[in-house]
Design a protein around this ligand. Structure first.
Ligand code: PBG
Length: 369
């Protein structure tokens, strides 16, 4: 047995020959493969017309043919703000992420902006005493988020500010909507969300980002913004937001875990992907400017599928649990943190995301600089 290939395969190979056909084939020792023989193997691979490895030879070349490039300008940095002064408190399940008082938050945003990050998404920590079932504090014009937006717009006016629209940080029940008899009311909640969005617009936000998953909220918010003259305030719609175990650390950060039950009557079922198309269709018709898929990593197929159906920009939310997993494994020394961060975020872009919300934003900016 001396031939690597059967005669028919060899003929196929030879058809592909363009160079070096007349050279004698090299011979190779392969005693471990064919212990019964001491004869030489013919090395036929010299005549391969396609050698994918040719394009992987050097970093310069790899960069030249790279299909997907993660860029600092793709990133949106989510940040947690709390009342008080001169304090930042690390979130135990999100090492490296903090709740900031407004004064320190401004410094963090300034740094992010200087690193090239163009947008931030804000989430508030609200004290239990300010929470109620209807999330009334969410539309207080002097509330934490409106004051924060105003301060950012005064100090770092160029950075794009995105504010979350949902009741959970303000809800005594820890739900994204008003609760009655253990159920989440839809239309009543939408009326409160509209007020919240108008309050944020008046404070100067660039984008409102409804993350509540109530039906019809995108249309109601768009109409109300337009009627109030805020035609340039955009809507980043959490369109395909799944009921997910990956939000745990975020709920620690905001003390916003549901007090009863879960969010499965409004957030999507993880088994569904056609339903994501239904959701984006509705959000587009209702006036969304950017569509979001959340979480990102376990839903890359959803990003891909939505990309085939719309020309609107798609955002992926690399959520708190995805952040925590990488941080935890890296802390153990089990993975190379930088490599895994870049690989993970690149997978989201490759799947079709144009923008990525990620707690790694600053770290990535430092790597890519
Ligand atoms: C709430 C909201 C959540 C996140 C963003 N907005 C949590 C939830 O729906 O329970 C999660 C973000 C993250 O996990 O990083 N409307």
């Amino acid at each position: 047995m001396t031939e690597v290939l059967a005669d028919s395969s060899k003929a196929l190979f030879n058809e592909g020959l363009s160079h070096g056909a007349s050279e004698a084939p090299e011979l190779l020792e392969a005693p471990e493969l064919f212990p019964e023989t001491t004869e030489k193997l013919e090395l036929l691979t010299t005549s391969l017309p396609q050698r994918p490895r040719r394009l992987r030879r050097t970093e310069t070349l790899r960069r030249l043919v790279r299909e997907t490039n993660l860029q600092i300008s793709d990133l949106i940095y989510p940040l947690f703000v709390m009342e008080g002064e001169n304090q930042k408190i690390e979130i135990a399940s999100m090492p490296g992420c903090y709740r900031y008082t407004l004064d320190l938050l401004l410094g963090e945003i300034q740094q992010a902006y200087e690193l090239g990050i163009g947008a931030i998404a804000l989430f508030p920590l609200i004290s239990e005493t300010q929470k109620d079932n209807a999330g009334t504090e969410s539309s207080n014009p002097q509330g934490l988020i409106p004051r924060t937006v105003q301060a950012i717009k005064q100090t770092i006016p160029e950075i794009l500010v995105i504010t979350d629209v949902a009741l959970d940080p303000y809800s005594s029940e820890g739900h994204d909507g008003i609760v009655e008899d253990g159920k989440i009311l839809n239309d009543e909640t939408v009326a409160v969300l509209v007020k919240q969005a108008l309050t944020q617009a008046a404070a100067g936000t660039d984008f409102v980002a409804p993350s509540d998953m109530m039906d019809g909220r995108i249309g109601a918010i768009r109409q109300a913004l337009d009627a109030a003259g805020w035609i340039n305030v955009g809507i980043l719609a959490y369109s395909a937001k799944y009921a997910s175990g990956y939000y745990g650390p975020f709920r620690d950060a905001l003390d916003s875990a549901p007090k009863f039950g879960d969010k499965q009557t409004y957030q999507m079922d993880s088994g569904n992907s056609r339903e994501a198309l239904k959701e984006i269709e509705l959000d587009i018709a209702e006036g969304a400017d950017i569509l979001m898929v959340k979480p990102a990593l376990a839903y890359l197929d959803i990003i891909w599928r939505i990309k085939q159906c719309t020309n609107l920009p798609i955002a992926a939310y690399n959520v708190s649990g995805e952040y925590a997993m990488i941080k935890a494994a890296a802390a153990q020394g089990w993975i190379d943190e930088k490599q895994v961060i870049l690989e993970t975020l690149t997978s989201m872009k490759r799947a079709g995301a144009d923008l990525i919300l990620t707690y790694f934003a600053k770290e990535v900016a430092l790597i890519l600089q």
